[in-house]
Design a protein around this ligand. Structure first.
Ligand code: GAP
Length: 457
């Protein structure tokens, strides 16, 4: 095995953006029209990775539990939903304009933003800065429903998926025959007209939330709140995120949203510093009570003995985008192998967009190609596998390293003689030989093995 020299680990957001682009994970959206700024399109590997994130979240939330059911509600809801939820009135950020550089800033985050003049300082710091008084700016995107652009036709693109869950509380209670504690999980797009989007996918205007509303007896809310913080932390560790890069930060009363009785952020150490990856909130009975008031439909639990109460809600909420960036940052590594540099995504094998590559050593050899294609056909029904016979083998390995493929099966001369293949391990670069007929079972077993990143803390 080649000797490797580990490098000190500092990954910038620029490196993540560049790898994402180079390997077709993520592209800036509407690029041929000059881009739209902070909106992104996902290429093949980006789509695969997002699918894995969704699948693992649903696995933990729904498949492995008896107490949570799934839901997929509409993006455009009745506008009264957003009055009841408090978003029409209160889902705002304070905004200031600069009359000099004509840029807009979040008034509460001036120290994190850059002024339009050169050399750039924080807004308000140069003599030329001429900032307006802050005014409240609602982050919901408005649209109209139907052909008429009149007042009654105004609607919003949902800024969170949670409200679609609350307004379906009664349906689920009755049809899924649930009693607290139980949860409803939903994955779907949310939209926010962020004043200062940026840092790649970290803050975007269109993102995909994964939210779960867990309905509990009010007296048990605090216990479940702690439970869900722990449970979500465990999920990140299960999929290989380094413990040293995760922490929990409890919000002070002044920081909490209008609905929250308690909130904790699970933070990740992104290249921009410790920042919110996921939020876990105790929303109390705020949402069910408000929707009961506004809709006049009673949203409460009535037990078999006639006991009735409005459940409290514990909510873990995260976007696929924040997990996507955290996974790439945590996995990104560069090292020198022999004389050569390699970039490698050390993703948890179960999280990798491609689980295994099948590579015939010589693309011109019909025998090798035939064996490789048949192995590929054998594996693809069960796993995300990629066949590649394009270019020198070293280049093909490097490509797979950069998209994080944990295993590569190579078909070579010896395969033709002994029906064995080599398997190359992405992290250690170790190679071993296996009977070709045993590859499928080997891969199943390898994916079930405990995995720990070889990256240092
Ligand atoms: N239902 C509660 C809620 O939406 P939030 O803290 O505003 O709470 C929840 O959002 C999660 O959604 C955040 O922890 C983050 O993971 C993600 N998120 C929020 N705004 C985002 C944005 N502009 N871009 C990407 N992800 C975002």
């Amino acid at each position: 095995m080649a000797e490797t020299e580990p490098r000190t680990e500092t990954v910038s957001m620029d490196k993540i953006v560049s790898l994402s682009r180079r390997r077709g994970f993520v592209f800036p959206s509407s690029e041929i029209y000059g881009g739209l700024g902070s909106t992104y399109d996902y290429g093949h590997y980006g789509v695969l990775l997002k699918n894995v994130i969704r699948e693992k979240w649903l696995r933990a939330m729904v498949q492995e539990r008896d107490d949570i059911v799934a839901l997929d509600s509409a993006v455009i809801l009745h506008p009264r939903v957003w009055e009841a939820s408090g978003h029409v009135e209160g889902f705002t950020d304070p905004l200031v304009d600069c009359r000099t550089c004509k840029l807009r800033f979040r008034a509460d985050k001036l120290d994190e933003q850059h002024c339009g003049r050169q050399p750039s300082k924080h807004p308000g710091e140069t003599e030329d800065c001429d900032l307006t008084e802050p005014r409240q700016f609602n982050l919901m995107f408005e649209t109209t429903v139907g052909a008429l652009q009149e007042e009654g036709a105004r609607a919003y693109l949902r800024p969170e998926t949670a409200q679609g869950i609350f307004i379906n509380f009664k349906n689920v209670l009755q049809l899924a025959r649930r009693r607290p504690p139980f949860g409803i999980a939903q994955i779907g797009k949310s939209f926010r007209n962020e004043i200062t989007p940026g840092n790649f996918l970290f803050r975007v205007r269109e993102f995909e939330q994964m939210e779960m509303e867990y309905f509990v007896r009010p007296a048990e809310a605090d216990e479940w709140y702690r439970y869900w913080i722990d449970e979500r932390l465990r999920w990140y560790l299960r999929y290989g995120i380094r413990e040293s890069r995760l922490r929990v930060r409890e919000h002070g009363p002044e920081e909490r949203s209008h609905y929250s009785r308690a909130t904790s952020d699970i933070e990740y150490l992104y290249p921009i510093g410790w920042s919110e990856l996921e939020g876990v909130a105790n929303r109390g009975d705020y949402d069910l009570t408000r929707h009961t008031d506004f809709s006049t439909t009673k949203l409460e639990y009535v037990g078999p003995e006639g006991e009735r109460y409005v459940p409290y809600v514990i909510e873990p909420a995260v976007s696929i985008e924040r997990i996507f960036v955290a996974l790439l940052v945590d996995a990104y590594d560069e090292e020198v192998v022999g004389e050569r540099e390699r970039t490698v995504l050390r993703l948890h094998p179960q999280m990798a967009p491609v689980t295994a590559a099948v590579l015939p050593l010589i693309a011109k050899s019909d025998d090798m190609v035939g064996k490789a294609r048949s192995l590929y056909e054998n594996l693809r029904g069960r796993h995300r596998v990629e066949y590649d016979d394009n270019g020198a083998i070293g280049r093909r390995y490097r490509r797979q390293d950069e998209i994080g493929t944990p295993f590569a099966f190579t078909i070579d001369e010896q395969t033709l003689e002994s029906d064995t293949v080599t398997v190359r391990d992405r992290d250690s670069l170790a190679q071993e030989r296996l009977p070709i007929g045993g590859v499928r079972a080997w891969l199943d077993e390898a994916l079930d093995r405990p995995w720990k990143t070889p990256k240092s803390d």
